[in-house]
Ligand binder design. Structure first.
Ligand code: E4P
Length: 233
């Protein structure tokens, strides 16, 4: 199970990378716009930080335009994954880029049929938008589940990347279904660690520790080690 962060915010990406659990990053034109920075510089910096797959989305709407953008964007870093919209132009571009060994992420996927097309075009990742499907009153996790089953049935190598994740339960459900990747906002990733019993347990441990004799672990262990070294010499 890979955890990607869904943002173009460098501070958030840096912090998530410092936790040592970050496998990759996804961006999109809206997330780029939110940061108000140069596209190429930002993607390059994200790649440097993440050192793993970073999805950078093309904005051309025709196959030739997408290919021109993709062939430029992929030169920014070896970590770039070209993100293509779900459309016939995007599917055709995906096939060409796959044949050129360029990694791709087909985005804006809302149905099993769309996911099949992306897989048939050789996409590295396919991104079903769970939250946005739920927003329509439909079953985002149901669509994710059907895509995973379909890919397993036909041994498609395309990885399923659960996107548009809104809360921790979405992450849990995606894991339960066996999604290869979940990409999530910084806030959701940060909340994954939270549990009231962990906080309560830690408070209890610290309270009890205060009654243990000595001046703390560092001083106690240092004293112990020097006593032991002396006795051995
Ligand atoms: C995925 O790659 C997209 O960037 C993202 O998950 C979209 O999420 P949203 O529906 O919260 O905008």
């Amino acid at each position: 199970m890979k955890l990607f962060i869904d943002t173009a915010n460098l501070d958030h990406i840096r912090e998530a990378a410092s936790w040592g659990i970050l496998d990759g990053c996804t961006t999109n034109p809206s997330l780029m716009a939110k940061e108000g920075r140069d596209f190429a510089e930002t993607i390059a910096e994200i790649c440097d930080i993440v050192q793993g797959p970073v999805s950078a989305e093309v904005v051309a709407q025709d196959t030739e335009g997408m290919l021109r953008e993709a062939r430029l964007v992929r030169q920014i870093s070896e970590h770039v994954v070209v993100k293509l919209p779900m459309s016939w132009a995007g599917i055709a571009a995906c096939r060409v880029l796959s044949d050129e060994d360029t990694r791709t992420n087909v985005t804006l996927v809302f149905s099993v049929n769309q996911a099949i097309l992306a897989a048939k075009a050789g996409a590295t990742y396919v991104s079903p938008f769970i939250g946005r499907i739920d927003d329509q009153g439909n079953d985002g996790m149901g669509v994710l589940s059907d895509i995973i089953t379909t890919f397993n049935n036909y041994y498609f190598e395309t990885e399923v990347l659960a996107a548009s994740i809104r809360h921790q339960s979405h992450v849990l459900d995606a894991v339960r279904l066996g999604s290869h990747v979940a990409t999530m906002p910084y806030t959701v990733m940060k909340k994954m660690i939270q549990h009231p019993l962990t906080d309560k347990g830690n408070e209890g441990f610290l309270r009890d520790w205060a009654t243990v004799p000595g001046d703390g672990i560092e001083a106690t262990v240092n004293e112990f080690l020097s006593r032991r070294d002396k006795a051995a010499s």
